[in-house]
Design a binder for this molecule. Structure first.
Ligand SMILES: NC(=O)c1ccc[n+]([C@@H]2O[C@H](COP(=O)([O-])OP(=O)(O)OC[C@H]3O[C@@H](n4cnc5c(N)ncnc54)[C@H](OP(=O)(O)O)[C@@H]3O)[C@@H](O)[C@H]2O)c1
Length: 350
């Protein structure tokens, strides 16, 4: 029996880009690809891309159980909400039931975010924090990162292979049929437009890991490839995978984006200023978050460093500095998208 796979978040930026690349990725033979959807339009879109649509309320554990068992799903990719865990835990329990019934190995890839490995969440930042570090689970345990820890612990208890996939600042036009812009760079644009200026939110020159959307997609695909070919990539307490080719200095990213915004008349000029209290209040209103959350969304220090991807054969194509060269296109893509569409869902990314 081949693995049947469920992809969630297929109308999103990360999940849509992944679905768009799926059929040309030359993955090992597998069973059906299902995609979780929430509308008829989404159902038609995923079908066009070779996936079978599934409607499912992931907050209902019994519906999740029935769906996973009925479709004999053995691999789930979770790309919905990085901070809540009830859907993933229900999926893990359901996968375990399939395993007990069929003897097949079962897997869940949980999409987290780099914020949970940063200064914002109390992660160590005094040197590189490797995604391959043997004590990373203990570090996350000490940080009390509820979702990541619960996914690993329940996965271990149920003998389900779990992976914590960590996108950082992801940039580049998404390839999906739904949202094509990234949470993080869009937050910079929204805050800047509201204040007619790009503001920095931190002392010093903190850095953050970064990844082009195509590289982010190719790490998901490489992980799936290794699962499907039976090579059992490290999972559970050793299963953290950061998608990053390096890091960017926030100040340099702000400056590049400010230049692009100024050229389009979206800000007064290309200078980046330190946010005053008033500016923070305006930025918070534009981001739809409390003032205290602005720095959480637009800055911070994250020394999380990717190694695991390389160990499973992933090679990013874009160097970290590429985001600075690509900022003009990024800003244009965001402005075009915002003109035509509603804002993407308000999940706190990275
Ligand atoms: N983009 C980044 O740079 C980034 C970085 C780090 C972490 N992340 C995390 O990665 C995840 C995906 O990010 P994204 O950028 O792809 O987000 P996105 O573009 O906002 O997409 C979110 C996806 O989740 C779906 N969704 C939301 N609530 C759902 C629910 N209750 N049931 C079923 N589907 C639901 C949305 O479906 P609808 O279209 O129907 O709303 C959409 O397909 C998020 O947790 C995000 O925080 C993203």
């Amino acid at each position: 029996m081949q693995h049947n796979i469920l992809l969630t978040g297929a109308s999103g930026y990360l999940g849509g880009s992944l679905l768009a690349e799926w059929s040309s990725a030359k993955l090992p033979p597998h069973g059906k690809l299902y995609a979780l959807i929430r509308s008829d339009v989404q159902a038609a879109a995923v079908q066009k891309l070779g996936a079978e649509a599934i409607w499912l309320d992931t907050s209902n554990a019994e519906s999740v159980r029935q769906c996973i068992v009925e479709h004999q799903i053995t691999v789930v990719l979770w790309l919905i909400n990085a901070l809540r865990s009830e859907g993933q835990l229900a999926l893990i329990h359901a996968l375990a039931e399939v395993k007990r019934a069929t003897g097949r190995d079962v897997y869940l890839i949980h999409t987290s975010g780099a914020k949970l490995f940063s200064s914002h969440a109390g992660a160590p930042t005094d040197g590189p924090l490797l995604d391959s570090a043997a004590d990373l689970y203990d570090i996350q345990k000490a940080q009390a990162i509820a979702t990541n820890n619960a996914v690993i612990e329940v996965g271990d208890a149920e003998d389900v292979g779990t992976y914590i996939f960590v996108p950082p600042i992801v940039y580049g036009k998404g390839k999906g049929f739904g949202n094509t812009i990234s949470i993080q760079t869009t937050a910079i644009v929204r805050a800047a437009r509201a204040q007619r200026r790009v503001h920095s939110v931190d002392e010093g020159r903190p850095t953050w890991p970064v990844c082009h959307i195509d590289d982010n997609t190719s790490l998901y695909l490489q992980l799936v490839r290794r699962i499907l070919d039976g090579s059992q990539p490290p999972s559970g307490k050793n299963g953290y995978y950061l998608a990053a080719s390096g890091s960017v200095v926030w100040e340099e990213l702000y400056a590049a984006m400010a230049e692009a915004l100024a050229q389009r008349g979206e800000v007064e000029d290309s200078r980046v200023e330190r946010a005053s209290d008033d500016a923070l209040a305006g930025m918070a209103a534009a981001l739809g978050s409390p003032k205290e959350f602005v720095a959480f969304q637009l800055g911070g220090l994250c020394t999380f460093t990717a190694q695991q991807g390389e160990h499973i054969g992933w090679k990013p194509s874009y160097a970290a500095e590429h985001i600075l060269k690509a900022s003009d296109d990024e800003v244009q893509g965001i402005l075009d998208y915002l003109k035509d569409a509603e804002p993407p869902s308000k999940s706190f990314g990275t």
